[in-house]
Design a protein around this ligand. Structure first.
Ligand SMILES: Cc1ncc(COP(=O)(O)O)c(C=O)c1O
Length: 427
């Protein structure tokens, strides 16, 4: 099919709710490492990695080989039969889970399913029903995960499920209490106590949070935040669920985003980067929590041999190539480059993130912090023209998300900064 035939067929045969980036959608034909090519043969430096999903490069040779080997052997049996790739991945995750304490996994196909499983676990294990989520969060597109999501753009007019309350966000650039860190004494965290006392029965099933909010625009809580909230939540009977769908597997410079906060969660959820683009979701829990799920369950495609073989190859690759250190080092280099751009472009109000998960928040005016969604869109378009792919996000549509493959080098960052600089000059 030609590019136009693909676009026309998409309009005719796909749900219109599936939106695309750009005025003229970009039809991508192939990818290799940090680059993708469109149907006309144009090359793009992909610094968004799908949607924070291509963790070790497009069509990574090692991961692709693991996929090929497994495809030739066995593609499907369902969870009715144990297979080596599934248990090998579960064992690997247990080995690197924080403190080796989260040792049991359940595999599905997406982050939404992983989060569904996590909240079911929290409710069954504690006997309580209320779940605390964060404003500005995104947790998925199923009924429950949409109800947990704290962003109106991703909540439909359909009624939300009950059993979710939304805490104020640790969004220092736009503090919901109008305070300044650190003199605020992390009020957003201590406020969770009153939230529980006023909007729930007083006993909660748990709290779900992204250590760094993905679709929310890489909002990065201060270092004390999760220690304070987890203490409050646990005192009220709940468990801590870390949604690591975007922050997992080394991107922030540690295996898991929550590792930066000195808190060991009770459950973690994964998708995206775990499979480097292969569909996989995982819910990993402390054994006593996993063991409390006693009813029958299955997932037809969950734990699929090909997806789990790919995921294990991703984890092994991250370890073999020492990508945690790479994310920290190249991430710091990227961050310095972004801060230098901030000094030259007043439209960049905030730079935030960790490792190779960095965001810019664009504003019309640094004093008023008026969000600049129009200029954000224009920047995406300008970057595309310059051969660079970046992501958008944030409740106000004014965040630029930067999440390249974790195995890039400083020279890739140099190329990125040059292209971003040229693109910023036009907006
Ligand atoms: C933090 C987070 N959790 C969950 C999800 C849902 O994952 P999926 O789209 O695979 O269902 C996403 C998707 O963007 C996400 O960013």
């Amino acid at each position: 099919m030609t590019r136009n035939e693909i676009l026309l067929a998409g309009k005719e045969f796909l749900f219109p709710a599936v939106f695309h980036y750009f005025e003229e959608p970009l039809v991508i034909e192939k990818g290799q490492d940090q680059y993708v090519w469109d149907a006309d043969g144009n090359q793009f430096l992909d610094f968004f990695g799908g949607i924070v999903t291509v963790s070790v490069g497009h069509c990574n040779e090692t991961v692709t080989k693991a996929i090929h080997d497994q495809v030739d052997k066995l593609v499907h049996v369902s969870t009715l039969y144990p297979t080596e790739p599934q248990v090998a991945l579960a064992k690997r995750i247990a080995e690197i889970s924080p403190g080796g304490e989260l040792t049991k996994s359940f595999f599905t196909n997406s982050g939404s399913e992983a989060n569904e499983t996590a909240i079911a676990l929290a409710r069954i294990h504690t006997g309580n029903s209320d779940i605390i989520a964060l404003r500005h969060s995104y947790h998925g597109r199923t009924e429950s995960t949409r109800s947990m999501t704290g962003n109106s753009h991703w909540r439909t007019p359909l009624p939300a499920q009950s059993g979710f309350v939304h805490a104020h966000n640790a969004y220092c650039y736009r503090c919901p209490f109008g305070l300044e860190y650190p003199s605020c004494e992390v009020r957003c965290a201590t406020d969770v106590k009153e939230l529980i006392e006023t909007t729930t029965s007083g006993a909660v099933a748990g709290m779900i949070a992204e250590p760094i909010q993905g679709i929310g625009g890489f909002v990065t809580p201060p270092k004390e935040y999760f220690e304070i909230v987890s203490k409050i939540v646990r005192e009220h009977g709940g468990i801590i669920i870390s949604d690591e769908v975007q922050t997992g597997w080394g991107r922030t410079g540690k295996w898991f985003g929550m590792d930066h906060y000195g808190v060991t969660p009770d459950v973690m959820t994964f998708a995206k980067g775990l499979g480097n683009g292969m569909p996989i979701g995982a819910t990993t829990a402390r054994p006593e929590i996993a063991d409390s799920m006693q009813y029958l369950t299955l997932s037809t495609f969950g734990g699929n041999p090909v997806a789990t073989a790919a995921a294990k190859a991703v984890i092994d690759f991250v370890e073999d190539q020492n990508l945690l250190a790479n994310c920290e080092e190249v991430g710091a280099y990227l961050r310095a480059g972004l801060e230098e751009l901030q000094q030259r472009y007043p439209v960049i109000g905030d730079v935030r993130g960790m490792g190779l998960m960095q965001a810019l928040e664009l504003v019309e005016d640094r004093e008023t912090k008026e969000p600049a969604p129009g200029r954000t869109k224009a920047l995406l378009e300008a970057a595309r023209k310059n051969g660079l792919l970046i992501g958008a996000g944030g409740l106000y549509g004014n965040a630029i998300r930067i999440s390249p493959p974790m195995n890039i080098a400083k020279s890739d960052v140099d190329e990125f900064l040059r292209l971003l600089d040229a693109s910023l000059a036009g907006v």
